[in-house]
Design a protein around this ligand. Structure first.
Ligand SMILES: [Fe+2]
Ligand SMILES: [Fe+2]
Length: 262
């Protein structure tokens, strides 16, 4: 269960001057609004935000980030994809930081619709895998996760901590008030992931491609944008589950049935 202290976030990894931080639960999560996770990576005093979230979360995320680092020291923001729960706060973040924002190049022309005036600090990640060198010399890898679920989509691997940020892959939808931070009982947790993954993920062939990339990296944790974090013991079971999951275009017949009048 989420405790009161969890609104302040948790340090998932800290070694020397490198840390990977979960930015806490939203105590004011409204009914009908999807729960989200935000993450902060600090390397030698400089901060990278990963999927910092939408407009309505902005003040809460700024407050939690400020517990760990001065907002002026955030120099990088990464968006896994273009969805509003990931990136609709873009204009606010550009306003309070001097950070560069990285997102798949497919979305560069769409993000201005969230109200950005100056796009010079928004940089496109091209389709192939690439990486980013952090201030302290550590490296983040942009691992392609296209079509999982967005057409231009990146997950992020932190070499120093070996933590994998997986975006919407691994999302779980909690019953109201039943959120928890780490996956403890994988068999129960799967029930909270299944419906989302079957409908949002493009197909098993793409999932298998991503799983093989991730297994080769040997993640210590897998941190999704929604739901709970997989530590090493459950991360393997999660990847095996994805590897065999039929989803998206694997079952077009049920998706394209004609339903009743709305
Ligand atoms: Fe999404
Ligand atoms: Fe999402």
């Amino acid at each position: 269960m989420i405790s009161g202290a969890d609104v302040n976030g948790r340090v998932l990894y800290q070694e020397g001057d490198h840390s990977f931080i979960w930015l806490g639960a939203d105590p004011n999560l409204k009914r009908g609004v999807v729960q989200t996770n935000q993450y902060l990576i600090i390397d030698k005093g400089r901060g990278t935000l990963v999927d910092p979230g939408g407009v309505h979360l902005f003040s809460r995320v700024v407050a939690v980030v400020s517990r760990f680092i001065n907002i002026n020291d955030i120099d990088t923001i990464i968006f896994s994809h273009q969805d509003p729960d990931v990136s609709s706060g873009i204009a606010l973040w550009l306003g309070v930081t001097s950070a560069k924002i990285y997102v798949s190049s497919l979305w560069l022309r769409f993000l201005p619709h969230f109200g950005i005036v100056d796009t010079s600090r928004v940089l496109g990640i091209e389709d192939t895998a690439s990486s980013l060198n952090l201030a302290g010399g550590n490296r983040l890898r942009f691992v392609p996760a296209h079509f999982l679920h967005s057409t231009g989509n990146y997950t992020v691997f932190d070499d120093a901590s070996k933590i994998m940020f997986s975006g919407d892959i691994g999302a779980a939808v909690f019953p109201e008030g039943d959120e928890y931070v780490f996956v403890e009982d994988f068999d129960e947790h799967v029930k909270l992931m299944e419906t989302f993954h079957r409908r949002y993920m493009a197909g098993n062939a793409v999932l298998r491609k991503w799983v093989s990339l991730i297994k080769s990296l040997g993640p210590s944790m897998i941190c999704p944008q929604h739901g709970a974090i997989f530590r090493e013991d459950t991360a393997g079971r999660f990847l095996d589950w994805l590897d065999g999951l039929r989803c998206g275009t694997d079952d077009l017949d049920s998706l394209y049935q004609m339903g009743k009048d709305v």
